[in-house]
Design a protein around this ligand. Structure first.
Ligand code: SF4
Length: 456
């Protein structure tokens, strides 16, 4: 059955949402905006959960065991939300060698890991051969480890740094990605999505590619048969309509990829993951927080439009106030993403920034996947609080939420369904050694950062 559209229908009408949950009806951006603004949180969560159950059933919710490897912190961009980047030549700038990276992968394999998520800053000193050699070494020494690497902004910088052949940008991207794919690259993470609306992007992502370029890189990856994910970082200067517009663009470009390459075995967006901005140690985090009583309407909402055409000229205070997102805002946004992104398979919960229990709750607000056991995280933890969880704890959280935990691979195929007494969480006798470990990074008066681990 082809998906219907009824733009005139009331999106809060249960009969409309029943059709959405069943996958028969596509909501427009305007309908999603109304849902966001008008539907009580618990009700919205129930509809997102219904949609999730249509796609993923009532029983299994997944996780992956992978490792974040941030191969360099040298970066030419200056995103205002980033506390990770360093200038070339800075005292604490680093680039990992292949030996160090392979040691990290051995540690990953020792705990049953199947994939690496490898991303870095945009380091102008690294030639294409460095990447090809690295990918080749990883694949020859760890052939079973899936390489999920290089988000679109990195690919754009590869095009700038390597000066590849090609008559236009798309052809150059295709040349670079083909070389990396031949060397071992298998899929592309959705980093650098942030918020697509130009007014917001120009304020927060200084030096990063625009939405059209980001989406084009992913479209080329899909043409080459690689799957990707899409992301959104919200809860800063953007308006609610910017979030809906962002998701709408992901949906439109997924339609395009499926139409252009689906039958020929092309790739697609497999997952959408959204998370709130973490403010600590970042220039954007120093922007004054919006006070609705004193400041009136939030400037981001005045500027934001569902078609992304708002400009900073629409409000003098745009970009000078942030509206941080807490748990309910996060769950509301995620629930909307599940209802809106009818052509994307998985919605990932973001416990890394929101904490394990909100992540667990996210499984009842449309998320089907708990993401990764976290061995290492450098980028978000440099900007605030992140959480590290082991496999038994992650399984316990999923089971405690009412589901059977299952380890998956990058393609969302199930590797192990933990429905027996041999499950990682059911083997634990002493939880005291496995409590979640909260990592909090604080700034000192001298401007240095200090990592504090908090056992909970
Ligand atoms: S977020 Fe990424 S691209 Fe932006 S400054 Fe940080 S390392 Fe560079």
């Amino acid at each position: 059955m082809s998906i219907q559209r009824r733009p005139e229908a009331d999106p809060c009408d249960p009969s409309v949402l029943t059709d959405v949950a069943a996958g028969h009806l596509r909501l427009t951006a305007a309908q999603c905006m109304r849902l966001y603004q008008e539907m009580p949180l618990a009700e919205l969560g129930r509809w997102a959960d219904a949609r999730c159950r249509t796609l993923h059933g009532d029983h299994i919710r997944t996780y992956v065991i992978d490792r974040n490897i941030n191969y360099t912190n040298v970066c030419t961009a200056k995103c205002t939300f980033c506390a990770f980047r360093r200038d070339l030549g800075a005292d604490d700038a680093y680039t990992l060698g292949s030996d160090e990276i392979c040691t990290k992968i051995e540690e990953l394999e020792a705990i049953g890991g199947t994939q690496i998520l490898m991303q870095g800053g945009m380091n102008p000193e690294l030639p294409l051969a460095w990447y090809e050699d690295l990918l080749g070494e990883i694949k020859s020494s760890h052939p079973n480890v899936h390489i999920h690497a290089f988000s679109p902004p990195e690919v754009v910088e590869f095009v700038n740094f390597f000066d590849p052949p090609g008559s236009d940008f798309r052809a150059k991207v295709k040349w670079v990605l083909s070389r990396l794919q031949a060397a071992g690259l298998e899929s592309i993470p959705g980093g650098g999505g942030e918020i697509f609306a130009p007014a917001v992007r120009q304020k927060i992502g200084m030096g990063k590619c625009d939405a059209e370029v980001w989406l084009t890189v992913m479209h080329v990856a899909h043409e080459l048969g690689m799957n990707t994910s899409a992301t959104m970082m919200f809860g800063h200067i953007e308006g609610i309509a910017d979030r809906i517009h962002h998701m709408d663009l992901v949906r439109q470009w997924q339609d395009r990829s499926l139409a252009d390459f689906g039958e020929a075995g092309g790739g697609r967006y497999m997952a959408f993951i959204s998370w709130p901005f973490q403010r600590e140690n970042t220039p954007l985090g120093r922007v004054q927080e919006w006070n609705p009583d004193a400041d009136g309407a939030f400037p981001g909402d005045i500027v934001a439009t569902l078609d992304g055409t708002g400009t900073k000229a629409d409000h003098a205070e745009f970009g000078r106030r942030v509206r941080l997102a807490g748990a309910s805002e996060y769950l509301r946004t995620q629930a909307i993403s599940r209802l809106m992104l009818d052509n994307i398979y998985s919605i990932g919960a973001s416990w890394v920034t929101m904490g394990p229990h909100v992540g667990q709750l996210a499984l009842s607000f449309g998320a089907s996947d708990m993401g990764s056991v976290m061995m290492e995280e450098n980028v978000v933890s440099a900007a605030g609080t992140t959480y590290c969880l082991s496999e038994p704890v992650l399984c316990h959280l999923i089971r405690d939420a009412g589901f059977t935990p299952a380890q998956r691979d990058n393609g969302y195929d199930l590797l192990a369904v933990h429905d027996t007494e041999a499950s990682p969480d059911l083997q634990v006798e002493d939880w005291s050694a496995l409590r979640r470990n909260r990592l909090h990074i604080q700034s000192t008066e001298a401007g240095e950062t200090v990592a504090i681990s908090v056992e909970q």
